[in-house]
Design a binder for this molecule. Structure first.
Ligand SMILES: [Zn+2]
Length: 448
């Protein structure tokens, strides 16, 4: 891991190395010392720091190369600047490079015509990082640009012009752990814990057969998560799959761990080896940053008209994704009076679910289609007899409507691991569960 401390040490080592090559008693070389100092302060200035700021306080990570890592990285030559920035909306390559201190028409001409280098133009999406090394006069020395999963595109100055190459970096795989305590909202707690949104979304999906995230969360609930990630050459950490997670909701602890069995592919299980996807989601409305900010009171099922229309009405902003609460076959997707745009799903054990007033259907959804739990089926709207955007949701057992959160709702039989398969599961998942214990333990220690 390239911590700031390690990078600061790397910079120190680098400065020491440079100093040993400069004999301070050699008057002819004093100019080089000045160049070196200018360069170091130039790096600081490039950050928008005011002159005179102590070097120790300069944030080093985005600009200064760690000389000890990545043999493929550029070695700065004295008098050159290394800078990292990212593509902004509306950037041209010339504008982006100019912002980083590069003013080099020959380099732009090379990138525009070289068969490898010109892919930069096709991949200049906002947010993409780019790193350059340039001379004080604006000449490009080298440029590094991420090229999808193919590696890093490198353009380098040669004696006669420029050359381009594709360097496979071999992304660094990491396992990250984090934990949070809910005070206001789940997303606020996740932000505090530094957990990326993609992981938070996985977390809510993972526990959504046990927890109705719209209604069940309480202040003081805690969660811990162990997830995999990759770190690329530009220090971008790309989050991946949750390996293990724990949620303590209203004092009840629920744990899940990921396991790839020899036969069945990867899935989530309880620590004891019970399959965890077998029941119904507690809510068909996807929990998100947007709906989490939506008043919990407005999500509360409206039950007073239960007899009249035998469903529950879940208010949510127009366009909120609706997902299938369990594996199903689509039996109807179209217009029906009163319901407006309506979907009916048929599940196992004589259960059907109905979704009304949709603004739109998921692309391609049609009767006869087989879908999985959590699949997007449509979007909240107010078509048909509706006075505001909400989802009309019915849960039917053998044709009779029931409260979808009521005790009559069956828990499907889970796919449980037994015998040898279970033994393999227990040994394979033990390290992740230990990690979960560790992150949880540290959280408890911190709050005591
Ligand atoms: Zn209704």
């Amino acid at each position: 891991m390239n911590s700031i401390k390690q990078r600061a040490q790397a910079l120190k080592r680098w400065i020491l190395t440079q100093n040993t090559t400069i004999d301070a008693t050699d008057a002819r070389r004093s100019g080089q010392v000045a160049t070196l100092l200018m360069m170091v302060f130039g790096v600081a200035m490039a950050f928008g720091m005011t002159p005179g700021v102590s070097l120790q306080t300069v944030p080093l990570t985005p600009v200064v190369e760690d000389m000890t890592a990545n043999p493929g990285t550029v070695t700065p030559t004295p008098g050159t600047f290394i800078q990292q920035d990212q593509v902004r909306s509306g950037d041209t390559l010339a504008a982006l490079l100019f912002r980083m201190g590069v003013s080099d028409q020959a380099a732009l001409d090379f990138i525009a015509t070289d068969s490898k280098a010109r892919v930069i133009y096709q991949h200049m999406a906002p947010g993409k990082p780019i790193r350059v090394e340039h001379a004080a006069n604006g000449d490009l020395v080298s440029l590094r640009f991420p090229y999808g999963d193919k590696g890093t595109l490198v353009v380098s100055r040669t004696l006669s012009g420029f050359t381009s190459s594709l360097v496979g970096e071999g992304d660094l795989h990491r396992v990250i752990q984090a934990n949070g305590t809910i005070h206001s909202s789940l997303f606020a707690a996740a932000d505090n814990a530094g957990i990326p949104d993609s992981v938070t979304r996985q977390l809510t999906r993972l526990f959504s057969t046990d927890i109705d995230f719209h209604n069940d969360l309480r202040s003081g609930d805690t969660f811990s998560v162990v997830y995999e990630a990759t770190q690329n050459d530009f220090d971008q950490v790309v989050p991946g799959r949750i390996l293990a997670a724990e949620f303590v909701n209203k004092g009840v602890t629920i744990r899940r761990v990921y396991y790839e069995s020899a036969e069945g592919g990867g899935d989530y299980y309880t620590p004891e080896g019970h399959g965890s996807k077998a029941s119904f989601l507690r809510s068909p409305i996807e929990f998100s940053r947007i709906t989490s900010g939506f008043s919990a009171a407005r999500f509360h099922p409206i039950l007073k008209t239960w007899r009249a229309h035998k469903g529950i009405d879940l208010a949510a902003p127009k366009g909120t994704p609706i997902v299938a609460v369990a594996n199903a076959t689509v039996t109807y997707a179209g217009w029906r009076n009163g319901y407006g745009n309506m979907i009916e799903l048929h599940h196992a054990n004589g259960i059907d679910t109905v979704y009304g007033h949709l603004s739109a259907f998921a692309g391609g959804l049609h009767a006869g289609e087989k879908i999985h739990q959590g699949d997007l089926i449509g979007y909240v709207g107010m078509t048909g007899w509706a006075t505001g955007p909400h989802l009309h949701y019915e849960f039917k057992i053998n044709g009779v409507q029931h409260d979808p959160l009521g005790p009559e709702v069956p828990r499907f039989a889970s796919t449980n691991l037994t015998g040898h398969a279970r033994a393999q599961f227990l040994s394979a998942t033990a390290p992740y569960l230990r990690q979960l214990d560790a992150v949880r333990g540290s959280a408890i220690a911190r709050f005591e």
